[in-house]
Design a protein around this ligand. Structure first.
Ligand SMILES: *Cc1c(COP(=O)(O)O)cnc(C)c1O
Length: 341
């Protein structure tokens, strides 16, 4: 099949379905909850809506604790502190990820060790990850690319055998699962993003999920500028003070109010995204083999969350032609950048 024909076919699918990469929208009671948050008289963090969001996550993931943060980047930085990363420590992670995974490690003075991804799921390859373990390795940071959960049985096994901490960068994976268990439930820690390009959004936003009971108390402290303020509010100490390093990782109540309205609508958001994803998939799959491009491959035991749809073009030249062709004909505006991910 000619390249032109292929490009037009792709364009037609995008255009007729009006599928855009990122158009943040209201899906439920966002404004009503923001108004309510103001009426409740607390706009700083850890108020009514923060607790609602955290409870929602704890139930959804089945985690011991969830703490919302101002970004997934912040949650990853908290994870790096909780792993006690120090200069000389190594952390294994996929080379194909967003910068925040690596930054969190580098900010502690530790060394990111990049591992290649599998060509099918684009997730970090467990056997290559295990080959990279040294006596300096402290943790593995796994990424669930495009909301397809990585091989967590293998990674849990590797982590246990080598005494490593396991962290999930689940930024793209809210609502995904692996062998029936939710993304975010496998690592000692997991980080989610509610950035406006993700499925459930609050503009900027994130969460740290804590599955390791030994890390809960310290996580609260790190998030509250290194103070034991949370214990103070629960009446567990009679004054609060500086007890550890930390920063201000929590969002204000306006963000939490917006986020909770989105969380309530998560099943509807997922269903809508899945319908679009399926439209893409049934349109592109029949063209793929003859045209020399690949569509996403989802292992049968993974339920993905339709976070993104991508096509893998055969090489860099074809990809460049594709971008140019779409651009020249105004096919590819910023709204339609979904294919270049
Ligand atoms: C979006 C994303 C992040 C960063 O999320 P923010 O909430 O914007 O900080 C980190 N890792 C991955 C894999 C992401 O996709």
């Amino acid at each position: 099949m000619g390249q032109r024909f292929l490009f037009s076919a792709i364009y037609l699918v995008i255009k007729t379905n009006d599928i855009r990469f990122n158009k943040p929208s209201l899906v439920g009671k966002e404004f009503a909850y923001i108004e309510d948050a103001v009426a409740r008289g607390q706009l700083s963090g850890d108020g009514y809506y923060t607790k609602k969001c955290q409870k929602w996550l704890e139930v959804k993931i089945g985690s011991l604790a969830a703490l919302i943060t101002h970004s997934c980047t912040a949650a990853l930085e908290m994870a790096a502190i909780l792993c006690d990363l120090k200069p000389g420590d190594e952390v294994i992670m996929p080379s194909f990820t967003f910068v925040s995974t690596a930054n969190a490690v580098a900010l502690r003075g530790a060394t990111p060790v990049f591992i290649d991804i599998r060509s099918d799921t684009l997730n970090i390859n467990p056997s290559e990850a295990e080959d990279a373990v040294t006596e300096k390795t402290k943790a593995i940071f796994v990424v669930h690319y495009a909301g397809v959960v990585a091989e967590m049985n293998d990674f849990r096994d590797i982590a246990d055998r080598h005494g490593l901490l396991l962290v999930e960068d689940a930024a793209q994976a809210l609502g995904s699962s692996y062998h029936g268990a939710p993304a975010g439930s496998f690592g000692d820690l997991a980080a989610f993003s509610f950035h406006e390009t993700k499925n459930v959004i609050s503009g900027e936003g994130g969460a740290l999920i804590i599955n390791n009971p030994d890390m809960i108390e310290r996580a609260e402290i790190i998030r509250e500028k290194g103070t034991n303020r949370s214990q103070f509010f629960r009446g567990q100490v009679d004054k609060y003070s500086w007890v550890d390093i930390g920063s201000s990782f929590l969002p204000g109540e306006l963000i939490a109010a917006f986020l909770y309205a989105q969380m309530e609508m998560e099943p509807e958001i997922l269903a809508r995204r899945m319908a679009l994803w399926d439209t893409y998939h049934s349109a592109f799959s029949p063209l793929a083999e003859a045209s020399g491009f690949a569509t996403p491959s989802i292992p049968p035991y993974c339920d993905h969350n339709a976070h993104m749809y991508y096509l893998l073009l055969s090489d860099a030249d074809v990809r460049q032609n594709f971008i140019q062709d779409m651009g020249a004909t105004r096919f590819l505006t910023e709204d339609y950048l979904v294919f270049l991910n």
